[in-house]
Design a protein around this ligand. Structure first.
Ligand code: FAD
Length: 508
């Protein structure tokens, strides 16, 4: 497969000294051997299988069995099925007392939107059961240790951002409920998931998001399909995960925790996937960056290697800054979540800080990922535009990161809510106390946000995220991070052009 990716067959953990330095700061003591073995698996099998699935073997919807019964099953390539079982252990660490940073570090290394999505939605169901429905311990174990898959279906045809517009109605039937009128319009894991968590409004509950409860929905009840999959979407990327349209009509579902707290559980669950999105976005950026680092050493133009041209070095430096800044920000957010995740509603300041950082990380890493992957295509020249090689796919994959799990505007509005209603900016400013410039930048953005409100919210998110990234980069003691922090501030907070620098090559 070297003919598709330069990084094929390489250990993706060992190729990434910047990641190692960031993890040593925000997640000290992670098991090196495990990360290294995973980096090897990614370079060898994951790249090959994910490319094959994307180009030649995306999941197909099988609607009937030989006897004509509706089965609505996703058929996966056998290579994808086998790989998923090798990857499944990566979702276990948080539930085994080994913390979230290891899980997210593995997610960064995997960085395949489709495969990581399948694993994330699977353990998101386990997360909800672990925290709020311990009576489903058996299902949780099937998801983490068995062969079951999970899914998280909230978005309906009339809206994803506006969750409160959900129309699925839940009617009580003994201890359980029946769901009616549900059109879950972007249902990843459709046809694959054995158990999904879904939002629905119990009869008599108030309108809007506060009236939504969270339910556990089995794929089958007494051997019969419990819901229908209308079709799979044709997607630009993340093709390894089937995303379909699911119809809920009389579907049996079990309440998770307290009905009236459903929206809190849903938002918590979203925090888990937003962090996954952030680390995967930066992992994707790194995959593209790696290809470029190989390429510029090999390709010659105007009598010298691309790597030796000033403007290429400038592009490479900008790429590295975006990638390390986003990665440091993402793992700062992961660290905060790791300290707060066991809290339940009503949460403390610690949880609100983690939530604020998750919005900053989700929003900003998506922008950095798109910029880095686009830059990588450009540095490959014409080859970067071809589906025949790996680089174009990294850009396609990066383009989902600002959309799902709440588009950029929604991250900005949720951030605003965390600031206004939960005063999450207070512990945030306290955190930045150690870095006066980062704190001053954050204070400036908050002042303008107070004056201009939602109009300024997306720009505020960017600036607060960059202030947090500066703080995070400056915390990494290893060389050359202090200089990278300064350059990041100059480029993204002060809006200055980058000065000539030799730091364009992380392998130097
Ligand atoms: C590949 C893929 C897989 C997905 N998988 C799942 C899944 O498994 N489960 C699931 O529940 N969902 C899933 N989704 C849905 C996804 O989460 C939604 O598409 C996303 O949340 C946006 O919702 P929407 O598409 O309805 O867009 P809309 O909500 O219609 O938003 C459209 C635009 O309007 C903006 N906007 C909306 N409201 C406001 C506002 N108040 N102020 C300013 N701007 C606003 C948004 O930022 C966005 O740019 C998936 C989507 C894709 C593409």
């Amino acid at each position: 497969m070297k003919e598709v990716f330069y990084s094929q067959g390489e250990n993706h953990y060992h190729l990434d000294p910047d990641l190692k330095a960031i993890l040593r700061t925000f997640a000290p003591g992670l098991p090196e051997e495990e990360l290294s073995a995973f980096g090897k698996l990614v370079g060898e099998e994951v790249l090959e299988v994910a490319y094959h699935v994307d180009q030649e073997a995306p999941p197909r919807l099988k609607m009937h069995d030989l006897d004509g019964n509706r089965i609505d099953r996703a058929l996966l390539s056998p290579a994808q099925k086998a790989l998923l079982e090798k990857l499944r252990p990566m979702v276990r660490p948080p539930y085994e007392g080994r913390g979230w940073p290891l899980h997210y570090a593995l997610g960064y290394l995997l960085a395949d939107g489709g495969l990581y999505c399948i694993l994330t939605i699977t353990h998101q169901v386990a997360y909800a059961l672990h925290k709020y429905a311990p009576e489903w311990e058996g299902v949780k174990r099937e998801l983490l240790y068995g062969q079951a898959f999970g899914a998280t279906w909230m978005t309906e045809i009339q809206g994803g951002s506006d969750l409160g517009a959900n129309r699925t109605l839940a009617r009580r039937e003994g201890e359980a409920f029946r769901l009616f009128g549900g059109d879950k319009y972007f249902a990843s894991g459709a046809g694959l998931a054995d158990w999904a968590i879904v939002t629905a409004r119990p009869e008599g509950a108030p309108p809007g998001p506060k009236g939504l409860a969270l339910f556990l929905l089995p794929r089958e009840v007494e051997g019969r399909l419990n819901f229908r999959v209308r079709r799979f979407k044709e997607k630009l990327a993340t093709r390894a995960v089937p995303s379909g349209e699911v119809e809920l009509e009389g579907s049996l579902a079990y309440p998770i925790g307290r009905l009236e707290e459903g929206i809190y559980y849903t938002l918590e669950n979203l925090t888990v996937s937003r962090l996954a999105n952030a680390v995967a976005a930066m992992g994707l950026a790194k995959k593209a960056h790696l290809e470029v680092l190989f390429r510029v050493r090999r390709r010659t133009a105007f009598g010298k290697k691309l790597m030796e041209h000033d403007l290429v070095q400038h592009d490479l430096l900008e790429m590295r800054l975006r990638q390390v800044g986003g990665t440091a920000l993402a793992f700062l957010a992961v660290q905060a979540f790791d300290r707060a995740w066991e809290e339940r509603p009503p949460y403390t300041e610690r949880y609100h800080l983690a939530r604020l950082l998750s919005h900053l990380a989700k929003g900003r890493t998506a922008e950095h990922a798109a910029a880095v992957t686009q830059g990588a295509m450009e540095l490959f020249g014409g080859l970067g535009f071809l589906e025949e090689y790996g680089v174009a796919r990294w850009h396609r994959e990066a383009l989902i990161t600002p959309i799902w799990e709440g588009p950029a505007n929604i991250q900005a509005l949720d951030m605003l809510e965390a600031i206004h209603k939960k005063r999450a900016h207070e512990p945030f400013l306290e955190l930045l106390m150690a870095h006066p410039e980062a704190r001053a930048q954050a204070e400036g953005a908050l002042r303008r946000l107070a004056e201009e409100g939602p109009w300024y919210a997306k720009e505020a998110l960017r600036r607060l995220a960059d202030a947090a990234a500066l703080y995070a980069l400056a915390r990494v003691e290893a060389e050359p991070f202090p200089t990278l922090a300064r350059l990041y501030a100059r480029r993204f907070l002060e809006g200055e052009a980058l000065p000539p620098s030799r730091l364009h090559d992380p392998w130097a």
